[in-house]
Design a protein around this ligand. Structure first.
Ligand code: SF4
Length: 394
């Protein structure tokens, strides 16, 4: 029997970072109690609506937004609701995302009481000028102090996020951020390359050729690719091996929750813009809540449940599995979908391998370093390869 991962989005932030493309914002804190109540209702609704869903959970992840801003009583109410409906395994991984400088002592204390055993810090840069330029409210010393404070409570599992490609970043300042990160004694790091798209203020400014948000000071694509490659090497040398396009960990410290996404294991997402994937007798279903806080507060539940077609499942098996350094095993794909379904993908694998984007060792297929940098182009090649009927709604 599968165990479940539970994700809860908490969309409240103290300020909106210029690069942020998440469904988060600076909302009045008076909304928080109502929001948590809605999430609790949704959890109860999910239990009724999906009776076949696993009732044992081995991961809980509070992301956002900035969940560390939730007042202790609301945090405790959330965890009470979870434990009322789900059995959490003894070794369940329970993560809360925190913004440095926004983790009050009473919030940390409440997290410990709720069983939180992993903290993820959205640091993005340990260089103060870079953090400030993107609207982050912390300095290096604040971030390091928070990491130390969490570690001192006995929580050993700490992640720090960094972004390559921020305004003012240079090879030297990137190396400095990496060195500080490695010195901080974290057991996990997430390294993202800045996304330049319409979904963030900075992205829009760059695309429009404007000068706000220090857009002209973002490094070139080549410089960002070099930063990423540098991170892969430097982190590995310091015991944080890459295991996914953006994720690095000490052996055994890989994120159990995030692995569920890439291995297509069931998870229930609750809250604004939270996505779910559950397995049913008819096949896997996906659904998501609205990404608008007001709509979420006003209208409960999910309207649009989508039953995946075999082609969609197959595509996910490729592009989610290939995110992992271990890659995908063709024999496992064959066992799940059959040889006939696998065949049309093999020429694509051959072509991408000839282009140096995939490596093939026996039955294991994985992205090369260059493939990881160009992953979206690689994944696009695995879409619409086979003809199948239109996806169904459930
Ligand atoms: S990056 Fe994180 S802290 Fe900044 S606005 Fe987005 S969700 Fe909030």
């Amino acid at each position: 029997m599968d165990t479940l991962g539970i994700y809860i989005s908490v969309p409240f932030c103290r300020s909106k970072c210029t690069y942020c493309n998440f469904a988060s914002g600076v909302f009045p804190s008076s909304y928080m109690a109502q929001y948590v109540e809605r999430v609790r209702e949704d959890l109860r609704r999910a239990v009724e609506r999906f009776p076949g869903m696993p009732r044992t959970a081995d991961t809980v992840y509070l992301g956002g937004g900035t969940p560390s801003l939730l007042p202790p009583d609301l945090l405790k109410a959330l965890f009470r609701e979870i434990r009322d409906h789900f059995m959490l395994t003894g070794d369940a991984e329970i993560t809360v995302e925190c913004a440095p400088g926004q983790l009050a002592d009473d919030a940390l204390d409440a997290m410990l009481k709720c069983g939180v055993n992993r903290i993820s810090f959205g640091v993005q840069s340990f260089v103060d000028q870079e953090a400030k330029a993107t609207g982050r409210l912390h300095t290096r010393s604040v971030a390091l102090e928070d990491i130390r404070r969490v570690q001192q409570t006995g929580i050993r599992r700490v992640n720090a996020d960094l972004i390559a490609g921020l305004p003012h970043q240079t090879a030297a300042s990137w190396n400095e951020s990496l060195a500080v990160l490695m010195d901080a004694g974290v057991d996990h790091a997430s390294i993202y390359m800045l996304e330049v798209d319409d979904d963030s203020r900075l992205g829009r400014e760059v695309l429009g050729g404007g000068a706000r948000y220090y857009a002209p000071a973002i490094p070139s694509d080549d410089a960002v690719a070099d930063m990423y490659a540098k991170a892969v090497d430097a982190l590995a040398e310091n015991g944080l091996a890459q295991y996914e396009i953006s994720n690095f960990a000490r052996a055994g410290a890989e994120s159990v929750h995030n692995m569920k996404y890439w291995l297509r294991r069931p998870y229930l997402g609750l809250g604004v813009d939270a996505h779910s994937m559950l397995r049913t007798d008819s096949g896997p279903i996906r659904f998501a809540a609205t990404d608008d806080l007001q709509d979420y507060l006003a209208s409960p539940g999910w309207d649009d449940l989508h039953l995946l077609t075999q082609r969609e499942e197959m595509e996910e098996a490729w592009f989610l599995g290939l995110r992992l350094n271990a890659g995908v095993n063709v024999r496992l794909i064959e066992a799940e979908f059959g040889n006939e379904a696998l065949e049309p993908y093999l020429p694509i694998v051959e072509e991408l391998s000839a282009d140096g984007l995939l490596s093939v060792h026996a039955d294991q297929i994985a992205l090369t370093l260059r493939g990881r940098m160009l992953s979206n182009e690689v994944f696009a090649r695995f879409l619409d390869v086979i003809e199948i009927p239109e996806p169904a709604s459930v």
